[in-house]
Design a binder for this molecule. Structure first.
Ligand SMILES: Nc1ncnc2c1ncn2[C@@H]1O[C@H](COP(=O)(O)OP(=O)(O)OP(=O)(O)O)[C@@H](O)[C@H]1O
Length: 353
């Protein structure tokens, strides 16, 4: 299976269902061969955006270019995209081999050419030995691999995946997302993966777009989005975020963050004015002594999680989640005890409130 890698460019895309706009001003530039994820809560518009790239649903305003060609007014079958759905939608009355070959047969390809392509696609997903089975004789994971084989066998330029792992149990999902990435790398196929599961996006995507209410909130690598969220939505959607409202002040050149409750933390830089400081559970250390970079707190709750101990600490007018690595022989802090939280503000981010 060969593939010429293409990019996808989306400019100022708007889409409405009746009066309701569900995609607003979407701009995206997906690189050839990239594994790109759309991540967002339910109803944020991920599937609508993916379907508009595939050519399903109402025609949006704006442009969608695949390999430089504007496809916005083309029907799905002229776009050269392959789509895999959450429900595998295999034909129940056809064998695995016939399911995989179906798209080629529809394109009127001679049987002698179809057979080797189907064999290659089955080998790609490691299911050559199941070619003569019927779909109801396959596990969920096997069915999803067949759905993938059936999609890539027609050699699309772009692979679109709409929550493809959602029907699988947790451990199989982890295995399948690795297989999916390996397959995508092997084929070098520009891929968009829709998911509401941040772990799934973080572990597969080269880059991702976080959506909320039909608007892209931020685009970047999983690490950039986690480490430097541009707004509170992205900060809270990716991982656990402790957020303290307040303001950045300047004290003779040195910057500091004053929380709404009046506590002060030193900062290395930051624009002066109102904002929120985003602290991840691992950005703080529980200590006994107060210092210039500590907040006073009280332990409200403790959970042993194996590699770490998670504390809920009341501090600066709020409750924060603080994770500490667990070591053998380590003394845990008791509920009710007064402590100080040493804050690593170098790892914290200030965002507009
Ligand atoms: N055919 C439709 N008619 C009217 N509204 C629709 C239609 N399809 C989707 N919507 C609305 O568009 C918005 C975006 O839906 P969409 O399915 O794209 O979200 P999503 O992020 O993929 O959510 P989920 O993770 O639940 O699938 C929602 O408010 C939804 O109710």
């Amino acid at each position: 299976m060969t593939n010429q890698m293409v990019g996808i460019e989306i400019n100022d895309l708007h889409l409405s269902f009746g009066e309701t706009e569900v995609l607003t001003g979407v701009n995206l530039d997906i690189q050839p061969g990239e594994f790109f994820a759309f991540l967002g809560p339910s109803g944020s518009g991920k599937s609508t955006l993916l379907r508009s790239i595939a050519g399903f649903g109402p025609t949006p305003q704006g442009s969608i270019r695949i390999g430089g060609r504007d496809v916005v007014n083309l029907p799905p079958w002229k776009r050269n995209v392959g789509m895999v759905f959450q429900s595998y939608a295999l034909w129940p009355h056809m064998s695995v081999r016939d399911n995989v070959g179906f798209g080629l047969k529809e394109r009127k390809m001679p049987a002698s050419e179809i057979a080797p392509k189907v064999d290659a696609a089955l080998e790609l997903v490691g299911l050559t030995h199941l070619a003569d089975r019927m779909p109801n004789q396959l596990s969920g994971g096997q069915q999803q691999r067949i759905a993938l084989a059936r999609t890539v066998v027609v050699e699309p330029e772009v692979l679109l995946l709409d929550e493809p792992l959602s029907n699988l149990d947790a451990s199989l999902r982890v295995q399948m997302r690795r297989e999916l990435l390996a397959l995508q790398r092997k084929l070098g196929l520009t891929t968009i993966f829709v998911t509401h599961d941040q772990e799934e996006a973080n572990t597969t995507a080269d880059r991702m777009a976080v959506l909320d209410k039909g608007v892209i909130q931020q685009i970047g690598t999983p690490q950039v989005l986690y480490d430097t969220p541009e707004n509170l939505f992205v900060a809270e959607f990716l991982g656990t975020a402790n957020i303290l409202g307040g303001q950045v002040e300047s004290d003779g050149g040195a910057k500091r963050f004053r929380t709404s409750a009046g506590d002060v933390l030193p900062l290395s830089d930051g624009h002066e004015g109102a904002g929120s400081i985003v602290l991840r559970p691992q950005n703080m250390q529980i200590v006994d002594q107060a210092g210039a970079d500590t907040l006073p707190g009280t332990i409200l709750h403790r959970e042993f999680m194996g590699s770490q101990v998670r504390y809920i600490v009341r501090t600066s007018g709020t409750e924060m989640i603080v994770d500490q690595f667990h070591h053998v022989g380590h003394d845990w802090r008791d509920t009710g005890s007064d402590v100080h939280l040493k804050v690593n503000t170098n790892e914290a981010v200030i965002v507009a409130s």
